[in-house]
Design a protein around this ligand. Structure first.
Ligand code: FAD
Length: 347
């Protein structure tokens, strides 16, 4: 079998790169071993404003310009709805935060998203003594359903192998690569936290962050917007809400923990007063990088080994743009922007 590309990993990075290959009529095969769950458990929120400090997210305007049509095209291909517009209510903690909100609202990108008022949240189940700041044009992608459907779509075309990619089975032969009977022009590694097992890229400075999320059933909480306080509460339909997420920099497992759940419940109970029941609890590891920028590029020696990783806490927005940047480099030698290129970590 001969292909242009082998892709290792079918999370958001793998979806973004393989979709680009389909659009460009390149041949490929994907390997996926279900060792990581970040894209499956993700909240899927896209929002170009940092809700802690009310500052713009790095390169957000450009990322969204690419990401929104990208998910729209996937919806057409897969004939299902994954993107949902979702306003955000940021609960203020103090008068100082209200003031900071107004200062931020005046800045250029922010005007498109932040409403310049202190709103009230009339919902009986919520404590918001200092009011809320309202964001519009924000949303969420149902990454779990997208991933499930996209994997079935590739499987139907014979392009997805649900098996572990074994690094020591790779043979380098002149300008191409051989892997278990497959000859490929390039391998693109999209392994998320799995990168740490990759002999060619494991030394890149990933600072992986475990995240846990619970789902609650709260019939009295009738909100159709995301509430953001010390944790977020996001409606997903049928009176269900995702609540998250924790950040743990030490635990490197994908297992939900009692400590994670207790932390979420403690934070939730500070502002949610209506009754609820926990119905689900998941965990995953965010592939976060020291400088909070993606990892895009090729190996310094083996030029046909490439990486698309480091999507951190914002894979939904970043993945489509980063995939295009990698593709443009591999196929058209267009330089990868310095701030995302793995070359920035060379000694
Ligand atoms: C709790 C939580 C909440 C989040 N919320 C949001 C959010 O609201 N918005 C947002 O934008 N982002 C969010 N994120 C971050 C987002 O999930 C990540 O940025 C993104 O999913 C990373 O995608 P990825 O494809 O790089 O990695 P992954 O999703 O980890 O995918 C990598 C894939 O590679 C596979 N793999 C690894 N090694 C091998 C191998 N040797 N052989 C075969 N397959 C292999 C794994 O099984 C996995 O499927 C959240 C993350 C977590 C954990």
């Amino acid at each position: 079998m001969e292909v242009d590309y082998i892709i290792v990993g079918m999370g958001l990075a793998g979806i973004a790169f393989s979709k680009k290959l389909l659009a460009e009529k390149k041949s490929f095969v994907v390997f996926e071993n279900e060792s990581q769950h970040s894209s499956t458990v993700a909240g899927g929120v896209y929002n170009p404003i940092v809700l802690k400090r009310f500052t713009p997210v790095w390169d957000a305007a450009m990322q969204l310009k690419i990401a929104l049509p990208f998910y729209g095209e996937l919806e057409k291909t897969l004939q299902a709805k994954y993107t949902h517009t979702l306003p955000i209510h940021r609960i203020f903690k103090s008068i100082q935060e209200q003031n900071n909100w107004f200062v931020a609202c005046d800045k250029p990108l922010m005007q498109d998203y932040m409403l310049p008022t202190v709103g009230t949240d009339k919902n009986q189940g919520l404590v918001s003594d200092f009011g809320v700041g309202k964001l519009v044009n924000t949303g969420r992608v149902d990454t779990k359903s997208l991933l499930k459907d996209y994997r079935s779509f590739l499987m139907g075309k014979g392009l997805l192998k649900m098996e572990s990619f074994e690094y020591d089975a790779v043979e380098h032969i002149e300008s191409s690569i051989k892997y278990k009977g497959i000859t490929a022009g390039h391998i693109v590694f999209c392994e998320g936290y799995g990168m740490l097992k990759n002999p060619w890229f494991k030394d890149l400075p990933m600072q992986e962050a475990k995240g846990e999320l619970i789902t609650i059933h709260a019939p009295a909480l009738k909100t159709d917007y995301l509430i953001k306080a010390s944790v977020f509460v996001m409606p997903i339909g049928n009176d269900l809400y995702k609540v998250g997420a924790t950040f743990n920099w030490k635990d490197k497992t994908n297992t939900p923990t009692l400590a994670g759940k207790e932390e979420l419940l403690m934070k939730l109970d500070m502002f949610l007063t209506c009754p609820y029941q926990v119905v689900d609890h998941v965990a995953g590891i965010r592939p976060t990088v020291k400088d909070r920028r993606p990892l895009v590029g090729v190996h310094p020696v083996y030029k046909n080994l490439a990486i698309l990783n480091g999507l951190g806490t914002r894979g939904v927005m970043i993945a489509p743009q980063a995939a295009n940047q990698l593709y443009d480099f591999l196929e058209h030698q267009i330089a990868i922007p310095k701030e995302v290129c793995i070359g920035r970590f060379k000694a």
